[in-house]
Design a binder for this molecule. Structure first.
Ligand code: ZN
Length: 330
């Protein structure tokens, strides 16, 4: 009798285990690294120059990374394909304060003072999914550090998703620099990714256009101050007009703030997109193929320039290597 029960239990369990194993294999296959060579050829990605472009960063240029919030946590395998299923990650929402003699600016604003009211329009599902914790807005951190009166020339979001421009209403007079395509997508956009309350009433918009030539494997660029210290490149895909910021410091250190092309540096190293499950459940990208091309180009750039420090906007593991506000690096 006991044998019979054990036998029928096995008959149920065995196919279930085989199915689970197959699903895990399929998922691992879906989350395999991107095919660099195929994507490079298909998208005709430019070659990466061996030499770094010249830069003449002025004395006084420095930057600081401001952690405005840290999420409650999510599985690593969801935020980067090929990541660990049993590893909890706690992505951060960074803002970057750049002080340049010709004008200080913020690259991304992170979560701001009004984030709770902004976020309340989301469904319960999305509030759970994109839940945030430990909010400490840029505005408050500047005030605590005695920098409330620091003149700011403009805000430059990598893109207009809610977690990058939530702090905008805390700086109502600050000119907002964005590509026309990004602005249009944001104004037409919807929750949970675009939250109109953050920017619809914002008055001082300024148009960002790439007037410069090729830069480190990107077809276009914009040298913000004409000294090669802060150079923008197009990173469209995740949104229509996402941009990346190269920051070249007086010390010789070089950074690239890469927004949300990937959520982790691991995604660029591997290279891998966000996890298949997350991508298919959430439709995170405006143009997934274009975003994957951007991942591949960043991967090739990292291989060609290993000293370049690429900083995705949410990778909490990079914080120990970055000057965390109120510390600055020059
Ligand atoms: Zn983001």
């Amino acid at each position: 009798m006991q044998n019979l029960a054990r036998h029928s239990l096995l008959r149920i369990l065995l196919p279930l285990l085989i199915l689970l194993g197959l699903a895990a294999l399929l998922l691992a296959w879906a989350d395999r690294p991107l095919d660099v060579e195929r994507i490079r050829q298909a998208r005709q990605l430019p070659e990466i120059p061996a030499e770094l472009p010249p830069a003449h960063p002025p004395a006084g240029l420095d930057f600081s990374v401001i952690r405005t919030s840290q999420s409650q946590g999510t599985l690593e395998a969801l935020i980067v394909g090929g990541g660990r299923w049993l590893q909890l990650r706690r992505p951060v929402h960074m803002a970057v304060l750049v002080r340049h003699p010709q004008g200080n600016f913020l690259f991304d604003l992170g979560l701001g003072r009004q984030v709770d009211a902004q976020f309340a329009v989301n469904t319960a599902f999305h509030r759970q999914l994109f839940g945030y914790a430990a909010v400490d807005p840029v505005k408050d951190q500047l005030a605590r550090a005695g920098l409330a009166a620091l003149p700011l020339a403009f805000a430059l979001p990598s893109h207009m998703h809610w977690d990058h421009v939530s702090g905008l209403p805390d700086f109502p007079e600050l000119p907002l620099l964005a590509q026309p395509a990004e602005r249009e997508q944001a104004l037409r956009g919807e929750a949970p990714y675009f939250l109109a309350s953050q920017f619809a009433a914002h008055r001082p918009w300024r148009e960002l256009r790439f007037s410069g030539g090729p830069y480190l494997g990107f077809a276009q660029s914009l040298d913000l101050f004409g000294d090669g210290a802060a150079v923008l490149v197009p990173l469209g895909g995740h949104t229509a007009g996402q941009v990346g910021l190269f920051l070249n410091l007086p010390s010789g250190a070089r950074y690239l703030f890469s927004g949300d092309v990937t959520w982790t540096l691991e995604g660029i190293r591997r290279p891998a997109d966000r996890g298949w499950l997350a991508r298919h459940a959430l439709h995170l990208d405006h143009d997934e193929a274009a975003n994957q091309a951007a991942i591949v180009q960043l991967h090739r750039l990292l291989r060609a320039q290993p000293r370049l420090q690429i900083v995705p906007a949410h990778d909490e593991t990079l914080l120990p290597r970055l000057p965390l506000f109120p510390r600055f690096a020059s």
